[in-house]
Design a protein around this ligand. Structure first.
Ligand code: HEM
Ligand SMILES: *[C@@H]1O[C@H](CO)[C@@H](O)[C@H](O)[C@H]1NC(C)=O
Length: 329
């Protein structure tokens, strides 16, 4: 081979290698919209702030929305797609309907972003930014959100029910469920701390209050004073599907470590919360996090960034939806 040929081949190899590195490392980027839509993150933050002022609970909905998006087909805004006569979408499965909220906040942000920079900012990134802003506005630690996600075109109710963990899961089931998404048990415990804000429908935990199993009507791992209060708020046989209780009654709109203090006091609302004490490693982490807000805050920020990268669509994959509820036609 001539030396010219060898030089050419080596340059090609270097180029291929560089491209691989770029693809592996630069999937998502902090400041992705700096040039294409400089106001993007600001607009989302403003809409989240407005929502918080009108209803403090909406931001809890937005935080949960990012989780429910990412765990089903990756963070591709599939959770936002409306059902059609021929398809029941993720948002209409039991885990999301009627409990998931905040869709209008995303719609408002998207409308402003389309007006400011048409076809540029993905719905999946809006959800990721809004989740961060929700943590921040409730007093949690802010963090940079790597962006550049693109929107998927598929949303199936069956995939939501198959991938989202139910509140009845025990420690092993939770650990496995998160492992399938590339998240560790430690990250699972850390992310469960999101239950420091927001509410739950009675139906999500009434199994712990009434007819727990054939020998005990009430879950013995639930503090009895707390159980008595929950029974008042959620009477047996009450068919009101709208009854809700705060998950962290002492500070339902503040992102702090009181969720972990609740769990330590046997006042975790779901089986999936209380079960964190049944394993020595996770119990130890609950104890650490309960006493160390800065440690939990930084762990939570890192875990949110990691969760936000699950199976993302980038480059030319997917699309930038014009309306977050509809795939482009
Ligand atoms: C570990 C497994 C998890 C289970 C089993 C679980 C389950 C639930 C359930 C059943 C509700 C109540 C829904 C209702 O009835 O209204 C809820 C609420 C909530 N979850 Fe989770 N969750 C888990 C993890 C997470 C994660 C990882 C996040 C976010 C990072 C999160 C954020 C929230 C928030 C903020 C709410 C309150 C929503 C609102 O007020 O609208 N959860 N969760
Ligand atoms: C009912 O739950 C209690 C507490 O978890 C347990 O000890 C008991 O074995 C359970 N009974 C049945 C019949 O499963």
């Amino acid at each position: 081979m001539s030396s010219k040929k060898i030089t050419c081949v080596s340059i090609c190899l270097i180029l291929v290698f560089c491209q691989c590195v770029v693809q592996l490392e630069a999937q998502l980027q902090v400041g992705f919209y700096t040039i294409s839509c400089g106001m993007a993150e600001f607009i989302v933050k403003e809409e989240v702030r407005k929502a918080f002022l009108s209803d403090k609970g909406l931001v809890a909905g937005l935080l949960r929305m990012h989780f429910h998006d990412c765990f089903v087909r990756g963070c591709d805004a599939s959770v936002l797609i409306d059902s059609t006569p021929s398809n029941t979408a993720e948002k209409d499965t039991l885990a999301n309907n009627p409990s998931l909220r905040g869709f209008e906040v995303i719609d408002k942000a998207k409308a402003r972003l389309e007006a400011a920079c048409k076809g540029v900012v993905s719905c999946a990134d809006i959800v990721a930014f809004a989740a961060r802003d929700s943590v921040e506005i409730t007093g949690g630690l802010g963090y940079d959100v790597p962006a550049g996600r693109r929107d998927g075109i598929v949303s199936l109710a069956s995939e939501a029910s198959a991938n989202l963990p139910p509140p009845t899961f025990n420690i092993n089931q939770l650990t496995q469920n998160f492992a399938k998404k590339g998240l560790t048990q430690e990250e699972m415990v850390t992310l469960s701390g999101a239950h420091t804000i927001g509410r739950s429908h009675c139906t999500s935990f009434s199994n712990r209050l009434y007819g727990f199993n054939t020998t005990m009507s009430q879950d013995p791992s639930l503090d009895s004073m707390y159980a008595a209060r929950l029974k008042q708020q959620c009477p047996q046989g009450s068919t009101d599907p709208n009854s809700v209780v705060p998950m962290d009654p002492s500070s339902p709109s503040i992102t702090d470590v009181s969720y972990y203090r609740d769990v330590l006091a046997n006042r975790g609302l779901f089986t999936s919360d209380q079960t964190l004490l049944t394993n020595p490693i996770t119990a130890n982490q609950v104890d650490q996090d309960a006493r160390n807000p800065m440690l939990w805050g930084s762990r939570f920020a890192a875990a949110m960034v990691k969760m936000g990268q699950i199976s993302v669509l980038t480059g030319n994959a997917g699309e930038i939806r014009a309306n977050c509820r509809l795939v482009n036609s």
